[in-house]
Design a protein around this ligand. Structure first.
Ligand code: 1OR
Length: 292
């Protein structure tokens, strides 16, 4: 465990809370945070800032960690253990290793929206309000703002309303690729949908008879990777970065949940493709269907 020595938490923005941690503790935090969405968008330095400020909290089964209605003080990342979330006494969710909770009251300065109770013994890493606001909230807002502006300029999303765009912005994960990197491989199962934020991708397809066909490239604002998710089939083509490319990726579950309103557009473009035996370079909606 951790021998904790906290530097004075302070109002001063330049001061940071640093709690000493062994390499072993750092490794456990790393494992707990790598898959967590809130951490995924933090740059190295900001993440270090959060990790420095974390302190370990052991809990026993049945312990109440957060009580609905209380004021928010800490944000928690689960190293191990199961935690039950109750809203108005009703169990709504169970979360485990690598999950997190307690962000809402801190982000929105509202009372705790739920009660969180340990179902098993467990270990948490806690981050104080100030550090949370300075690091994670900041980065969530910055990312949201940046994506909202970008998404509003993407024509195939023009039917989404404000709150749908915001939810989408929060769920997108930025990924960067260098020239020649493979983003999608034909034949593999599909887990993500992509929107191109920057750069160009080339698409190629190997037919059943082994002939490679080059398909039109896609640029900023185009999407790809929807078909494997809609049809639950392997990837039908390979997508490679041309020059440096930045994409916004959406996981399968979020794709289904958040892009329902756009599904008709995907289907219509897919049908168009089948009719033409080639992909429309640019459809009437000024976006490109990718067939992957
Ligand atoms: P908090 O700071 O409000 C309670 O403290 C935490 O429970 C909350 O942040 C979230 O991190 C977590 N509704 C409210 N809080 C939830 C919910 C939730 N799920 C997790 N928390 N749900 C809506 C239920 C009507 C469940 C969504 C699946």
């Amino acid at each position: 465990s951790v021998s904790a020595e906290s530097m004075r938490p302070s109002e001063n923005v330049d001061e940071r809370t640093i709690i000493y941690k062994s390499d072993e503790a750092k490794k456990r935090i790393d494992e707990a945070t790598t898959l967590n969405l809130l951490f995924k968008n933090l740059d190295r330095e900001t993440k270090q800032h959060v990790v420095d400020a974390m302190f370990e909290k052991s809990v026993v089964a049945n312990e109440i960690v957060i009580k609905q209605g209380d004021e928010g003080d800490y944000f928690y990342v689960i190293e191990h253990g199961l935690f039950e979330i109750f809203v108005n006494g009703q169990l709504v969710l169970e979360i485990g290793d690598g999950g997190s909770f307690g962000e809402l009251a801190l982000m929105y300065n509202t009372p705790r929206a739920a009660t969180v109770r340990a179902k098993t013994n467990g270990t948490l890493w806690a981050v104080g309000r100030e550090t949370f606001l300075r690091t994670i909230t900041n980065s969530v807002y910055r990312k949201r703002k940046a994506y909202e502006d970008f998404l509003r300029s993407v024509s195939f999303l023009s039917t989404l309303d404000r709150s749908e765009i915001t939810k989408l912005a929060d769920a997108l994960e930025p990924n960067n690729y260098d020239d020649g990197d493979t983003i999608i491989s034909q034949g593999e199962p599909g887990e993500h949908f992509y929107i191109i934020e920057q750069g160009t991708v080339s698409i190629s397809k190997i037919s059943d008879t082994g002939i490679e066909q080059q398909l039109p490239s896609l640029n900023v604002g185009s999407y790809f990777g929807e078909l494997a998710l809609i049809n639950d089939q392997p990837r039908k083509a390979t997508v490679v970065a041309r020059g440096s490319v930045r994409v916004a990726a959406l996981r399968r579950d979020a794709f289904v949940r958040l892009l329902g309103p756009v599904m008709d557009i995907f289907r219509r473009n897919a049908a168009e493709y089948n009719l033409q035996q080639g992909r429309p370079q640019e459809s009437s909606d000024n976006h490109v269907s990718s067939q992957i």
